[in-house]
Design a binder for this molecule. Structure first.
Ligand SMILES: Cc1cc2nc3c(=O)[nH]c(=O)nc-3n(C[C@H](O)[C@H](O)[C@H](O)COP(=O)(O)OP(=O)(O)OC[C@H]3O[C@@H](n4cnc5c(N)ncnc54)[C@H](O)[C@@H]3O)c2cc1C
Length: 327
């Protein structure tokens, strides 16, 4: 087995996920100095036209697989395409985003090709010719570093927003359309419709700025205030589980252990106490701002900036000030 890498170019909502360029960057680290090359595979509707977006990023080949059976994600269909590509090309490493799709696909394909799976990694580096990945454990309280043994294919899922995205580097990339080899009887379940979140805001896992609300928001309508602040930055709105359980916000924007893990440049927590399960989802944010009326709220131990006050006064003031600064 050589040192070639396959990057899974995830498509969602007709667009390539932002994490794909981060994966190309991780792949460059893994192949650096080893003589290995990086290929990518794009599966689903629009694969052929989206391939152009990552051409010229140092890739050797981009496989595109379009088939009406794979227009939307299906676990069995996508896994079959990946497994056959890996068997044919004997990749040493396969990189994918630690997204809902990557989490579903990675372990299944790894098991099928008898590979090794490292999930949810935040760092990838080479040491003495061997891959080292870093991943959080115990809700982010500790990190472990792992290296593969033997020469089986190593699957690495990488958390979005942790690795600097690859820059365009020129070079020629071959675009290689490929039949899927998938038949209807292989597919047990298929997404029939993807309903985007209202508001057209970025996904919390990809946003640079997140304004999150907790139980203290009191009702769903009050999240409008957080949306207004988030929109000034082109950011996303998040929520604690208490806010989601109370019906103030939708589950896909829940941040935490049983929600999404996020890593934005700026996380503004409004009326969120800072329970360990919430921190598990956002503690690695670059800058954390907490607004809470209780000066002893645990969130202040993790926040870089804290405002002790009533969010219903502070958030509108902050929004007004930022609007003025932006004029
Ligand atoms: C297995 C398990 C998994 C879990 N997973 C998650 C998860 O993924 N995500 C998650 O968030 N939680 C999760 N939880 C729940 C978690 O333990 C907390 O219950 C939850 O995070 C609390 O949400 P909160 O901070 O919004 O509410 P609270 O803890 O009730 O905090 C509300 C905060 O708002 C402040 N406040 C009140 N009024 C105002 C005001 N007007 N202005 C400013 N501040 C105000 C209060 O001082 C308080 O600090 C999980 C729990 C378990 C057991």
């Amino acid at each position: 087995m050589g040192n070639d890498v396959l990057v899974f170019g995830e498509i969602r909502g007709g667009e390539l996920k932002k994490v794909v360029r981060e994966l190309i960057s991780a792949a460059a680290t893994a192949t650096g100095g080893t003589g290995g090359a990086t290929d990518a595979v794009l599966i689903g509707a629009g694969a052929a036209s989206l391939a152009g977006k990552i051409k010229g990023f140092g890739l050797r080949k981009i496989f595109t697989v379009e088939d009406e059976l794979l227009a939307n994600y299906s676990t069995e269909g996508y896994a079959a395409v990946l497994a056959s590509l890996i068997a044919e090309n004997k990749y040493r490493y396969v990189f994918m985003g630690a997204t809902a799709m990557g989490r579903d696909l990675g372990p299944r394909v790894a098991a099928r090709v008898d590979g090794v799976m490292f999930s949810d990694c935040v760092e990838v580096r080479m040491e003495g010719g061997s891959l080292v990945v870093r991943r959080p454990v115990y809700s982010g309280k500790l990190f472990v570093e792992l290296s593969p043994e033997g020469d089986r294919t190593v699957f690495v899922s990488v958390r979005p927003n942790n690795i600097a995205p690859a820059a365009e580097s020129g070079g020629s990339t071959e675009i290689s359309p490929r039949p899927s080899g998938v038949t209807r009887d292989m597919i047990r379940a298929m997404a029939t419709e993807i309903v985007p979140l209202a508001g057209g805001r970025p996904d919390v896992t990809e946003a640079d700025v997140i304004v999150s609300g907790g139980r203290a928001m009191k009702e769903g309508a009050n999240f409008r205030m957080l949306e207004e602040l988030a929109d000034l930055f082109g950011g996303a709105v998040g929520a604690s589980r208490a806010a989601v359980d109370a019906g103030f916000a939708a589950q896909p924007i829940q941040v935490g252990q049983t929600g999404k893990v996020v890593n934005p440049k700026l996380y503004i927590a409004c009326g969120i106490s800072g329970a360990i399960q919430h921190l598990a989802g956002m503690r690695t944010s670059k800058v954390i701002v907490a607004i809470n009326k209780d000066p002893n709220a645990p969130i202040f131990e993790k926040a870089h900036y804290g405002i002790v006050g009533d969010l219903f006064e502070v958030v509108p003031l902050l929004t007004k000030e930022i609007k003025t600064m932006m004029q």
